[in-house]
Design a binder for this molecule. Structure first.
Ligand SMILES: Nc1nc2c(ncn2[C@@H]2O[C@H](COP(=O)(O)OP(=O)(O)OP(=O)(O)O)[C@@H](O)[C@H]2O)c(=O)[nH]1
Length: 366
């Protein structure tokens, strides 16, 4: 059986919580550091011409820090801290500039940029919590900038700003909510076998890799079981594909019903299923699978006027007794299954110590 390496899908979702993967967030941050750093150099020069030496000095220092940050952002393990530091400092700096009595009215356009950056870099919840107070503070500053709205023209100016800020925040929030929902739906679809509702092969392999890493830390063993329905082709050929589908759904349900919630079940493809039994000894996993085998053999699935009976064969490999790597565990369980099929089917076959010996003698996994 070919078992290609699959990325951990759970980790992928975690990394894309803001809509951008960590690598993209780093690239965006680097671009922001460079753009805002360069912009601050220009603004600093203009502030000198305006006579605001202290403001220009602050902008030059900030631009140096930003250029330095641009060289570090790709390597830092604390990306989230860097993002928060950048956004909070940047937003506060923008507010400070708006508070200057002679501030140009165009400085207030940055208020509208705040939610865009915060949502893009932090996601919906954290983006809202960070940007909403700054947007509100920007609107209040604008009110003071207009000198308390003395006439109708001032009121129009204020309402333009406030309405635009509210709409910007609202639209970005709505967009991010829909994007998260769509991503979640896609992610679930990409992980699930459509026919049985079980984990699909890629998802099962991610779970297996995670279980192995956890077991390596905790020292607890687990069993990998590969189960295959016997002579499934006959069901399809004699009763039709729809009957075959019903059998697959029924078997999938039986497997999940019988196992513990901490165990994992997945459809590896066709009529083949994978099971991970956590915290289990070799004798116990054999007994459990044999009970499952008997249940499947004894069950009758009504299909129209007919009744469908199937049997299944199982191959078991144990971590760490038989192998300590995903590939080797799969190969051993698969070979056990194959030997069970050759021995007449409706059998639970487990790797023995000889399997481990053979593997060592051959200088590699079985
Ligand atoms: N109904 C249905 N059939 C499927 C599906 N996926 C694979 N199959 C069928 O499963 C059958 C597998 O046949 P084989 O690989 O020969 O295996 P088998 O008949 O179970 O024989 P043994 O495994 O040797 O006992 C083929 O007929 C496939 O078309 C599916 O999603 N639905």
């Amino acid at each position: 059986m070919k078992t290609p390496q699959h990325p951990d899908l759970g980790a992928s979702l975690e990394q894309s919580r803001s809509g951008l993967r960590d690598t993209h967030r780093r690239s965006l941050m680097r671009a922001l550091f460079l753009v805002t750093g360069s912009a601050l150099v220009v603004f600093g020069c203009l502030q000198i011409l305006n006579g605001y030496i202290w403001l220009a000095t602050g902008e030059f220092i900030a631009s140096l820090l930003l250029f330095f940050g641009g060289t570090r952002i790709n390597r830092t393990p604390r990306l989230q801290v860097w993002i928060y530091s950048y956004l909070i400092t940047g937003f506060s700096f923008a507010l400070l500039i708006m508070l200057v009595p002679e501030a140009s009215v165009s400085a207030f356009v940055w208020v509208l940029m705040m939610p865009v950056l915060a949502y893009l870099l932090l996601g919906k919840k954290e983006g809202f919590l960070l940007s909403a107070p700054f947007v509100a503070a920007g609107c209040v500053t604008y009110y003071f900038h207009l000198e308390f709205v003395a006439d109708a023209g001032g009121m129009i100016d204020l309402l333009n700003m406030v309405l635009c800020a509210i709409l910007m925040l609202g639209f970005i929030h709505l967009y991010e909510t829909r994007r998260e929902e769509a991503e979640h739906k896609l992610f679930t679809l990409a992980q699930t076998d459509a026919l049985t509702g079980l984990a699909n092969r890629a998802n099962f392999q991610s779970t297996l890799a995670r279980t192995l890493a956890e077991s390596a830390r905790s020292g607890a063993g687990f069993a990998l079981v590969i189960m295959d329905i016997d002579h499934f082709k006959v069901v399809n050929d004699t009763m039709g594909h729809d009957a075959g589908d019903k059998v697959l759904q029924d078997i999938g349900q039986r497997l999940t019903e019988r196992l513990r919630t901490t165990d994992a079940v997945g459809r590896l493809g066709g009529e083949e299923f994978g099971l991970i039994l956590r915290d289990v000894k070799p004798e116990d996993s054999f007994e459990l699978m044999d009970e499952l085998r008997q249940r499947i053999a004894a069950s009758e699935l009504p299909y129209g006027e007919a009744t469908i009976r199937v049997t299944a064969s199982f191959g078991i490999a144990h971590y760490p007794d038989h192998a300590t790597e995903v590939e080797s565990l799969f190969r051993i369980a698969d070979r056990c299954l194959f030997s069970g099929k050759r021995a007449g089917r409706n059998i639970v076959a487990r790797a023995g110590l000889s399997a481990v010996k053979d593997q060592r003698a051959a200088g590699g996994p079985l």
